[in-house]
Write a protein that binds this ligand. Sequence first.
Ligand code: ADP
Ligand code: ASP
Ligand code: MG
Length: 417
Amino acid sequence: MRVFKFGGASVKDAEGIKNVYNVLQRVGYEDVLLVVSAMGKTTNALEVVIKDYFDKSSSLQSSVQEVKKYHNHILLDLFEDDTHSVFTAVKTQFNDLDYFLAHNKSPNYDFVYDQVVSYGELISTTILAHFMNHMGINTQWIDVRNFIKTDSNYRDATVDWDLTHKNISKNVKRKTLNITQGFLGSNENNFTTTLGREGSDYTAAIFAYCLNAESVTIWKDVPGVMNADPRYFENASLLNQISYREAIELAFYGATVIHPKTLQPLQRKEIPLYVKSFINPLLKGTSVSRGVNLEPYLPCFIVKRNQLLISLSSIDFSFIMEENISEIFSLFHEFKLKVNLIQNTAISFSVCVEDKFDNFNELNAILSKKFKVDFTPNVTLYTIRHFNDSAAQTVENGKKVVLKQISTETMQIVTSE
Ligand code: ADP
Ligand code: ASP
Ligand code: MG
């Protein structure tokens, strides 16, 4: 069996969905499981809904309406006949969302978040499955929440591998085209959970692992994994082959083309991962597998914007030692700040972090009682794997470097403009 993942960009409009059909025609769809994300930027749009819901904002109705309108346009473009059953199927999903927003009693933001954002994937897969049937391809629509079981850590749930493995290996039908949702799971009470933003790649890896799939292909708007994000580096080149290890490193440092959690399950069973263009599906793209580390061998650039550089130093000139560091890290963990770079000297300690959940102010109040805290918001973190002098120059040119760190394979540079 092969597992394919189509992300938001590939199903952002009616053309995109028709293109998925074309890709399947070209590469085959028997014995395939499709993992599909929410269409385009739907997850972001649903985040606005959630914010409006909690702010009790008067724009709640209009932000829900935006999401409905967007999907309705796509439906009208895909199906000439608006009495087609897909219209009722999607309407039912939206009615469920409205019902939830009207009747929910839980004040738990993360719980509400997962219940609401999940409609993005539930609706996209409903539309895609109906369209495939409309075009004559029989599909098996699967509610992923009956397969991927997780703990109750809403928004960043951890997979219960034993249960998930049992469900998937027993109940996924072979020799057909299965369509399911990326990013979602459910907990022991069957409430919806999510695996973290951009988590659909990970879903594909979970299915592949449990099905002993022959391969996973993630279909992208780029030719494959490149040595830099082509949005920011105009001379980015395609990497034909990378090892699991190199891919894990690139994803870990922030190459958003692959979600970092995807590689580990695949590597354990040596299931190859192909990253290919949904525009040119017959091109080879990138193969991530056991073997050559990096071919061609090029410096690889990763950019993370909107980072926060925090420097802590001791108030009384005492050393920053293990116990301080362990306390600082447990606070970062508690406040969900993701640490992307660490540098320490005897009496100071600098980190470059991502404050996705806007918790730094609260954390700063606690840290400031014990340390002198300096921070610079909005810095950019560049990571260069397999760096050389000219690669470093490319990054540093015209920018103010505020921190630099070098190890054998990796150079990290923090710039403030
Ligand atoms: P999806 O639609 O599957 O969610 P994403 O938008 O998350 O796809 O990922 C594809 C994007 O990843 C590309 O459009 C590209 O801008 C970005 N990207 C970042 N780093 C790389 C890289 N090293 N190689 C290719 N693309 C990259
Ligand atoms: N729709 C989710 C997101 O935008 C998951 C994904 O696309 O991978 O984060
Ligand atoms: Mg994505």
